[in-house]
Design a protein around this ligand. Structure first.
Ligand code: PLP
Length: 404
């Protein structure tokens, strides 16, 4: 067979998408599987968004949009970011020119890595581990090296400033931050982000002049614990010109399939990312942009029931899971996942991949193994599912591990 590019050597397929396919196959055969793998909210798009699409179709909004997105949408995104970053917005507010609307946060991240990293296999991106499984793969595709820094369960799955300090070298081109986190649901407080920001500022001055910070804030609305959401630049406004804030409609407005994300960054990097996007995909689907304009205007209050429902389900899941004595779990404060350690139940030589397979085949519950997220003894459970299925799924897991 003719050869495939070496760019893809060592790059993994998305584990979550593969797992979902297995669940679908089992269900097609009539097996009663509870699926706790969902990486997307189980709500519908707000009526305002649906109506906007229908209106846009009727108004013949069918042409290419500007590659960076519709001006009104970019303005709404700049405004939202300024609201989340009052310190930045007071000193030097974001404008629509700083915004690129992309095909999901995923494309925004891809744009950022491709624009920042030289394809020499030398440039490093520091990624706290556990991490969302696409980050290292994206870095590899862009020709960089993921530098994983483990923040284990014992330290609350959060990176300590001194760990960050020692991971930064002259080769570091970027640091990735993600709060609330997928897969752990943990959140950094403003004070914790400030401390990380101080380390980054000093490092940029002293040892990594080309340092960028990529702050993935895609779960900003899905917050239900004691820690309020804090945008990285609100905690470290001095890093404004080195930071790319990534966000989108997928998790906050249940619009995963409509593929709307964005980046907010300084003008040079935005121009570089725009060149990339212009030459690869152009502007995103026009109808999804019209929907996003409408949904971004919906008052925050209207999303509270969704957030409240995630909080309730988190409590349901944890109450049941905690009955299994030997599990390890940190109460998630954001996103819609619990990252649960089953080290005490693993068989000799087994990791979460085999364990998740056993759970699927024997307990008929699908969860995502933690191995591709950097924690081989943990699994990720999603509570973006109805309460009854969640209860039943958690009960099955507890019954299974207690008796297997
Ligand atoms: N960042 C994180 C942490 C995610 O979990 C996801 C999706 O699962 C994304 C980014 C990308 O989401 P989308 O491309 O749908 O905006």
């Amino acid at each position: 067979m003719a050869k495939i590019s070496s760019r893809l050597l060592g790059v993994s397929e998305s584990a979550t998408l593969k797992l979902n396919a297995t669940v679908q196959e089992m269900r097609a055969k009539g097996v009663d599987v509870i699926n706790l793998t969902a990486g997307e909210p189980d709500f519908f798009v707000h009526e305002a968004g649906k109506k906007a699409v229908i209106d846009a179709v009727a108004a013949n909004h069918s042409k290419y949009t500007p590659a960076a997105g519709l001006p009104e949408l970019r303005k709404l995104i700049a405004d939202k970011t300024n609201r989340q970053q009052p310190k930045v917005s007071k000193a030097k507010p974001w404008t629509p020119g700083n915004v690129i609307v992309s095909n999901g946060g995923k494309q925004a991240l891809f744009n950022a890595f491709l624009a920042i990293l030289d394809p020499t296999g030398q440039d490093e991106v520091v990624i706290p581990s556990p991490y969302w499984l696409s980050y290292p793969e994206m870095v590899k595709i862009a020709g960089g090296v993921p530098r994983l820094v483990r923040a284990p369960f014992e330290q609350g799955f959060k990176l300590k400033p001194e760990q960050l300090e020692s991971a930064l070298t002259a080769r570091t081109k970027a640091v990735l931050l993600n709060s609330p986190s997928n897969p752990t649901g943990v959140m950094y407080s403003q004070e914790e982000l400030t401390q990380l920001g101080k380390v980054l500022e000093r490092a940029a001055r002293e040892k990594c002049p080309d340092l960028w910070v990529i702050s993935d804030e895609i779960y900003d609305r899905n917050v239900f614990g004691k820690t309020p959401f804090c945008s990285f630049l609100e905690a470290a406004p001095q890093l404004r010109d080195r930071t790319i804030t990534v966000n989108g409609m997928s998790k906050s407005a249940a619009m995963t399939g409509w593929r709307v994300g964005w980046s907010v960054a300084g003008p040079e990097l935005t121009q570089a990312m725009l060149t990339l996007q212009g030459q690869s995909t152009s502007g995103i689907n026009a109808l999804a942009q019209w929907a996003s304009i409408a949904v971004l205007k919906v008052p925050e209050d209207e999303f509270r029931p969704q957030v409240e429902s995630f909080r309730k389900r988190r409590d349901i899941a944890l109450d049941i899971l905690k009955k299994a004595g030997k599990i390890q779990v940190i109460e998630p404060e954001g996103a819609f996942y619990a990252f649960v350690g089953f080290g005490g139940f693993l068989r000799k030589g087994e990791d979460s991949l085999e364990f998740a397979q056993r759970l699927l085949e024997q307990a008929k519950v699908a969860v995502v193994p933690g191995t591709p997220f950097g924690e081989p003894e943990f699994v990720r459970l999603s509570f973006a599912t109805d309460e009854e299925s969640l209860r039943e799924g958690c009960r099955r897991i507890v019954d299974y591990v207690e008796t297997a």
